[in-house]
Design a protein around this ligand. Structure first.
Ligand SMILES: Cc1cc2nc3c(=O)[nH]c(=O)nc-3n(C[C@H](O)[C@H](O)[C@H](O)COP(=O)(O)OP(=O)(O)OC[C@H]3O[C@@H](n4cnc5c(N)ncnc54)[C@H](O)[C@@H]3O)c2cc1C
Ligand code: FES
Length: 254
């Protein structure tokens, strides 16, 4: 693991924190969909295991992460301030494919993190895309600030918000994307497992051309502890850390 200094910290609503971190290797090598393992401080072993987070952006000598505070590790991270140091390992795993003709990006909550990185890469490469974000609560709409520089962003919220679509991100897609529009595009998704499972129903016959970024409990992050195994379509197992975290929907059993 190496050390990274926090050079910027920003809150997005009550539950999300974004860090910009100084670490040249990760910043220069990270690709959309890859992740890093993070310890909340230098030589901190409680919690024992580092936590995995997708890379939000990377350039020159800095990269950024955005995390939701859900438990002990993320709570500890959220108390760190600019100038503090964290231990990091990465970039790890297999990222998204970047050779699509056009893309439909579907994010549920914090699942937007790897997709924002992908969207910015598509923008640089002039690959056309639409970005759909769904959040559960009104206060999570603070995440929309991350999407301000992107074209064609649509959002939904499961709580009623004036002027907004009420429902899940897949309800929104069902309302405004006709088959002809999604048939030609590659679909990229990240979000809660239930949402990813539903993709096969919303986009029938498309599983080969849907890429999903998965989350799993992780120990090492690089294929040694076997803690992140998930069932493989057709038998056997994948390791989310080293075979993924991005898979074609047709490769996994969710
Ligand atoms: C490849 C990858 C990329 C990720 N990227 C991000 C990201 O960009 N932003 C972000 O906020 N989170 C991301 N996560 C999830 C993040 O790693 C967990 O939320 C974090 O490890 C929780 O640590 P904790 O100590 O705060 O919570 P814990 O105390 O460990 O757990 C708190 C609660 O969250 C649940 N939980 C913890 N980890 C997971 C998991 N992997 N999958 C499902 N439920 C879990 C637990 O069951 C428990 O209910 C990613 C996970 C993976 C595997
Ligand atoms: S996290 Fe250790 S093998 Fe995947």
């Amino acid at each position: 693991m190496s050390f990274a200094r926090i050079c910027r910290k920003e809150r997005f609503g009550e539950r999300f924190v974004c860090f910009e971190l100084e670490e040249r290797n990760i910043a220069s090598q990270a690709r959309p969909g890859q992740f890093v393992m993070v310890r909340p401080g230098f030589g901190v072993f409680d919690p024992l295991l580092p936590r995995p987070f997708a890379v939000l952006s990377a350039n020159a000598d800095r990269f950024s992460l955005l995390f939701e505070i859900v438990g002990k590790g993320t709570e500890l991270l959220s108390h760190l301030e600019v100038g503090d140091v964290v231990e990091v390992l990465g970039p790890l795993g297999r990222g998204f494919s970047l050779d699509a003709h056009s893309g439909i990006l579907l994010a549920g909550g914090r699942g937007l993190v790897p997709l924002v990185f992908l969207a910015r890469e598509f923008k640089k490469r002039s690959i056309s895309f639409s970005f759909f974000l769904g959040v559960r609560e009104r206060k999570d709409l603070a995440l929309l600030r991350l999407l301000e520089d992107l074209p064609r962003v649509l959002w939904s919220c499961e709580e009623a918000v004036s002027g907004g679509f009420c429902g899940t991100v897949l309800d929104l897609v069902g309302k405004c994307l006709e088959r002809a529009l999604w048939q030609e595009a590659r679909i990229y998704a990240c979000g809660p497992e239930g949402m990813l499972r539903e993709l096969a129903t919303v986009f029938p016959g498309k599983e080969e051309d849907i890429e999903v970024a998965l989350e799993a409990r992780m120990g090492c992050g690089f294929g040694v502890c076997l803690g992140c195994a998930i069932p493989r379509r057709g038998g056997g197992y994948w390791h989310v850390c080293s075979d993924g975290p991005v898979f074609r929907l047709s490769e996994v059993v969710l």
